[in-house]
Design a binder for this molecule. Sequence first.
Ligand SMILES: Nc1ncnc2c1ncn2[C@@H]1O[C@H](COP(=O)(O)OP(=O)(O)OP(=O)(O)O)[C@@H](O)[C@H]1O
Ligand SMILES: [Mg+2]
Length: 317
Amino acid sequence: MFASIEQLSEKLEAAKYVADPVTLKVIYLAAQMQKPVLAEGPPGSGKTELAKVVADAANTNIERLQCYEGINEEKAIGKFDESLQRLYLNTQGNALPASWASLRRDLHTLEFFQEGPLVRALLYETPCVLLIDEIDKVSEQFEAELLEILSDWQISIPKIGTIRAKSKPFVVLTSNEVRRIGDPLRRRSLYLRFEHPTIERETKILEKRTAGTDGELNTHLAGFAHALRGYTLEKPPSIAEMLDLAEALRILDTHAISADLRDVLLPLIAKTENDRKRLMLRDGFESLVYDTQQYSRHLDQNETQEREPVCAERRRY
Ligand SMILES: Nc1ncnc2c1ncn2[C@@H]1O[C@H](COP(=O)(O)OP(=O)(O)OP(=O)(O)O)[C@@H](O)[C@H]1O
Ligand SMILES: [Mg+2]
């Protein structure tokens, strides 16, 4: 899929994805070893996006199975197209096979099957990306059924038989850890841990993913994100929310977060009633703005490591 880590890095960069060196190596290795990647971490940290940009980078298609509680085989694998089968019977009267066994066989081929994403992913001549998104939402039984495709690259369909992969897809499994994914699936995958980014990486993401915001504001926003994540919120803001915030500031033609913007910005950063109340506390928001300025200053002084919030002791709960 990728000739080298450098090539992968360039292509992800072109797809506007800011990957750290470990992510690059894991993706490269997974592609070379033909192993699934299990991407686990908080919401909005770039797990799904990674699968999309890998498909972009490899110039291939993405097949996506969006998981949810109660998902069934029909959704994942597919089902027979009964109306097409009926049409065939009604229109091919004279050409139909004489024996019941051959008629049955004819009707149960992939030609009469509406393929779900798992089957489609196996039928590409060259590898596609198969995204199995939010796998932590499915039952253990459904998870176990995925093992066949992920280890043997084949899938068994009742009445049709076993479909073998024409090419092995690059599989990305994502999880927000609602339920613990079982060990058999972990064993078969390369594990990629997602965390909230460092200020430096988030600044780069903001640079790549926002239009018309200035560099200083991006650093400022990344510092603000770091301060918010150190504020022990129920739902700390993700990269996605910081991108929304950047967009909101652009619309408001504002170039820095200040305490007087609190009420306007709260709907973008506080997503639960408790978090909203916490950020409404007297001095709460001001202390975040103060922390943000400290982080930006530290960054200017070329400190590159992830830091603890500087003013943790100043917080009021
Ligand atoms: N490393 C990154 N480089 C560029 N953009 C990123 C990166 N990480 C996240 N983003 C941005 O954040 C958005 C949200 O990411 P994504 O949807 O992949 O999160 P997620 O981890 O799948 O979240 P959830 O668990 O809620 O589905 C993306 O659409 C993208 O704009
Ligand atoms: Mg996602």
